[in-house]
Design a protein around this ligand. Sequence first.
Ligand SMILES: Cc1ncc(COP(=O)(O)O)c(C=O)c1O
Length: 401
Amino acid sequence: MTPKNKQHLEKAQTLIPWGTQTNAKRINPDWQGMPPFIKRAKGCRMWDLDDREYIDYRCSLGPIILGYQYDAVDEAVREQMQNGVLFSMASPIELNAAQAIIKNVPWIEQIRFMKTGADACTACTRLARSYTGRDHILTSGYHGYHDWFALNWPNSGVPGSLREFIHDIPYGDVDAVDRVFDSYGDHLAAAIVEPYDWNETVGKEYLQHLRQRCDAGGTLLIFDEVLTGFRLGRGGAQEYFGITPDLAAYAKAIANGYPVSAFAGKKKYMQTLEKTIITITHGGETLSLAACKATMKIIRDEPVHDHINAIGKRLRDGFAEIIKETGVPAHAGGLDPAPFIIFDDQDENRNIEWQNKLFSKLYQKGIFANHRWFISYSHREADIDETLEKMRAAFQEIFSL
Ligand SMILES: Cc1ncc(COP(=O)(O)O)c(C=O)c1O
């Protein structure tokens, strides 16, 4: 870490626990050269405190779907700013943003806005519990930091007694689905799952099975589309897998980085809001909703996902070629919008060591990535080719080829 970054990080850590607001932005000491701070980003590139440039494949952990500082989105925000940020009553932009989302995700009948992914997931589970009058929840994947989900984290600060109601299963595990439904079926309010976990398994049958068990048991199926929504395709995982949940949570790519999330679904379930209360002060904040409306329009009118898929495929094919050329035990995988490269040595420790070396090398060469390489509409073929060149060089250096 350069002296400037080190000094800034130390100061930040004295005032801000972790030095950041987000777990995934904490410094990983095994990945040398990871910049702790980014001061500017544009398109698919970003610059750290020392003005070092990176091609970014984290996309702010998912929200950046079009690219940083995307002109049409930022222009819509500036225009909205002329009228105000938050009012004493609802703003017309709330309806406009709702309509814009539903044009892309037509299964949605009603929608409400929140601020974070965790908010949206919690709202879905609250509605399901209120609608069914049941307490138990099947979960799979990550759903944010709220109490009902963070139960098993170390020193979680959440009463252990709540564990009774939450049944966590691994992605794609149909037997685990059956076990939970067989044991708690009549008490299960909802199954809330990440519909795709960005790994090897693409679980259409798993989702179908969940749909069937929910239908048979009077349990609501909730898709946590916080990461899949507007990234896996225009209509998210619901469209990709052709399986429709009862409720869903959306957040990250909904407004190209502006802070807004949503919970949405079939009117029958959303109408539970007539008898229960979910309310937040900043839910109608207009700048993010203007960004959401503009993002939705671009996603609808332009070949955003065709581009993302083609570029992601180019990256994954390039990874596979490097692996073939070098003979390193590894493989490339992942769906087009988020490819990955994984080492496959029999010794798991060696895989971790290689992975740490690879990310350290990539940061030093100006490529900012993590396990999943997210693609935005602003990544171009030339960016991919530059990335692959640097990946090839990193392989040569690590494996002394
Ligand atoms: C699938 C999923 N659900 C929920 C969340 C929580 O979102 P937030 O951090 O905005 O609360 C995340 C965040 O990474 C996520 O990936």
